[in-house]
Design a protein around this ligand. Structure first.
Ligand SMILES: Nc1nc2c(ncn2[C@@H]2O[C@H](COP(=O)(O)OP(=O)(O)OP(=O)(O)O)[C@@H](O)[C@H]2O)c(=O)[nH]1
Ligand SMILES: [Mg+2]
Length: 614
């Protein structure tokens, strides 16, 4: 008896080949690896309507017969019969995504040009219909010279027609319209063919398809994403300034008002130098937070964020992560805690662990006040040309530094501690939509409220405790209060450790309470300088920015920024890591490597800046 005929499913990634394979072969499947490569080989038995049993294989998705990956190489070799120990398929089933016809037709033409017996499964017609597309398979049959069968793999629609077409498929002489085409000519032909096959198309679908062509373009897409993020960070500074100034004036007015009406003494100092200076220093960054989240929410609601994840998927694959990690990492830009919790959606345990370990390097919104206060004090508000502000540029660079650091660490971890292959990523791209104003307003309000609640609870508490530690024991006349205080003594101890990376005592002091929440670094500095300044009656408690400028050098400020890019300055993140990884091993690892990285980054920044004469 001769062996059963072989039928292979080919097509672009995500055309629905595996779904179709599962629908056709049911439980009669064998899964193995192709010999010599770690590419999965799936085959199964399928009985044609004629009663003839065939062996069906599900090939890895490919974009062309010139392979660019091990997966594509397997596909290309199997189709052409060049894979050792693997008989060439007798019939090819070319699977197309009907809702993405133009793109899928490019590879289809290349495969059909081989002239093998073939049929086309026009899959996902349900999605095409949803998008307002009406397709004519007849037009495609004429152009491609093979049977075209509309299918919906996940609903088992069109399967028996597909079976009949497979049974009837025979070798052909592909027309001149298919053979000898250069890749660019194939694109042009695919465009024309798709145009002809689409009988009607809603205006909206055309617009969305055009948007996707630009935004998901492998070259243009990442550039657009980068430019967009760049604009966001410019806006965070440029637009926030008037509001931040107003808030700042309000805090100053409150400070002076309380000072004027209350009798001098420790209670008044606690309220003015502790609470108002400390909490106020953080609250003035509310406009920046709101602007940042306005952009993030708009990108989410419009459907762009999913496209960004799609673009990032390829990039992330280079460091051994899948696009699945993108959403958790993205939410870590708000805060690492929900980000780490969102990693539960990652099924591969090592993928997940890697994502957890790098999540704290995504710049959370608690860092924004720290960055903003230092940048405002040390980076001149100048234009570097083309309307690009230097302050926004530095802020952007800090975010990029965090992301690059995370990618680098992922790369190293995936080759050592969390070794393993990256898993695939399938994602539905939502439709584009105009963000609804009401949803945006609610989202922004929630964000603002979270920020203010932190200011009112954790930041308030830590600031008060710090103020107490800064004021006791009271200094003898002539002695500096900060030097005499418990906090000052603790900081002096710590500054031995951080002196080599350029930090002074006040910076060391700010690091301790910042473990509770990063923003507290700002309130801590504000409180320290307020306490310090009130020693000295000639020197009025100046603005925090002016204080920083007179007490820190530029290399110190830059080193402080570099520290905050990497340092695990937040106990809640450590706690949630412990919970999500069931033990202390990984949070301890995280603490150690992040502190090490922060120390090295700050030290390098400081010494490079010093030797550059900054
Ligand atoms: N709505 C709809 N979804 C489908 C259809 N066929 C497949 N899908 C879904 O599309 C996604 C991709 O399908 P797969 O079968 O994994 O695609 P594939 O071609 O095997 O992809 P690769 O293995 O990456 O090349 C899955 O989520 C399927 O459930 C269809 O006809 N209609
Ligand atoms: Mg598949």
């Amino acid at each position: 008896m001769s062996r059963p005929r072989k039928v292979a499913l080919v097509g672009n990634p995500n055309a629905g080949k595996s779904a179709l394979f599962n629908a056709l072969t049911g439980a009669r499947q064998k899964i193995a690896n192709y010999p010599g490569v770690t590419v999965e080989r799936k085959s199964g038995r399928f009985i044609l309507p004629t009663g003839e049993p065939v062996e069906m294989t599900d090939l890895p998705g490919a974009y062309g017969l010139d392979p660019t990956s091990p997966d594509e190489e397997v596909t290309s070799k199997v189709i052409s019969g060049r894979f050792p120990g693997e008989a060439a398929p007798d019939v090819l089933v070319v699977v197309l995504d009907a809702s993405n016809l133009e793109q899928h037709l490019v590879f289809a033409q290349e495969v059909l040009a081989l002239g093998k017996p073939a049929v086309v499964a026009l899959n996902m017609v349900d999605l095409a219909e949803r998008d307002g597309l009406t397709l004519d398979p007849g037009v495609l049959e004429e152009e491609l010279g093979v049977r075209v069968v509309p299918t919906v793999a996940v609903r088992r629609r069109g399967l028996s027609e597909l079976g009949e077409a497979i049974a009837a498929a025979e070798a052909r002489h592909p027309g001149p319209g298919l053979t000898n085409l250069k890749p660019t000519e194939r694109r042009v032909a695919a465009h024309a063919m798709a145009d002809a096959a689409i009988l009607s198309e809603s205006k909206r679908h055309r617009l969305h398809a055009r948007l996707d062509r630009v935004l998901l373009n492998p070259w243009l897409g990442p550039v657009i994403l980068l430019v967009l993020l760049f604009v966001v960070f410019q806006a965070v500074f440029a637009w926030a300034t008037p509001f931040a100034d107003a808030l700042d004036a309000g805090v100053g007015w409150l400070h002076d008002g309380v000072k004027a009406v209350m009798p001098a003494g420790l209670v008044r100092d606690l309220i003015t130098d502790g609470i108002i200076a400390g909490v106020g220093a953080v609250v003035v960054f509310l406009p920046q937070i709101v602007i940042l989240f306005a952009f993030i929410l708009a990108m989410e609601a419009s459907g762009y964020m999913a496209r960004a994840a799609f673009l990032m998927d390829r990039l992330m694959a280079h460091v051994g992560l899948s696009g699945r990690s993108f959403i958790p990492l993205l939410s870590s830009f708000a805060c690492a805690i929900p980000g780490i919790m969102a990693t539960r959606s990652i099924s591969d345990p090592k993928d997940r662990l890697t994502t957890i370990l790098i999540a704290p390097m995504m710049t959370c919104s608690a860092r924004l006040p720290v960055y903003a206060v230092i940048i405002a004090a040390f980076i001149p508000n100048t234009n570097v040309g083309g309307g690009v502000g230097l302050q926004g540029l530095v802020l952007f660079a800090l975010y990029v530094a965090g992301v690059l650091g995370a990618m680098l660490v992922a790369l190293i971890l995936r080759r050592s501690v969390t070794k393993g292959a990256a898993s695939g990523f399938i994602m539905e791209l939502p439709k584009y939509q105009l963000p609804r104003l009401k949803d945006m307003a609610i989202g922004l309000w929630q964000r603002a409220w979270i920020f203010l609640r932190r200011a009112g609870t954790i930041i308030f508490t830590v600031t008060v405790v710090l103020w107490v530690l800064l004021n006791f024991p009271q200094a003898k006349p002539g002695e500096s209060q900060v030097d005499a205080s418990i906090a000052g003594k603790l900081a002096n101890g710590l500054s031995v450790v951080v002196e080599p990376i350029g930090f002074n005592r006040d910076m060391a002091l700010a690091l301790i309470p910042a473990m509770a929440a990063r923003e507290v670094a700002v309130s801590s500095l504000a409180t320290t300088y307020a306490v310090d300044a009130s020693d000295d009656d000639d020197r009025q408690a100046a603005e925090l920015g002016d204080q920083l400028k007179s007490r820190w050098t530029l290399p110190m400020a830059l080193a402080f920024l570099a520290w905050f890019v990497f340092a695990p300055q937040c106990m809640s993140t450590i706690a949630v890591t412990r919970r999500e990884t069931n033990g202390w091993k990984w949070p301890a690892f995280m603490l150690a490597y992040l502190f090490g990285l922060a120390y090295a980054a700050a030290g390098l920044t400081y010494w490079i800046a010093v030797s550059a004469g900054l």
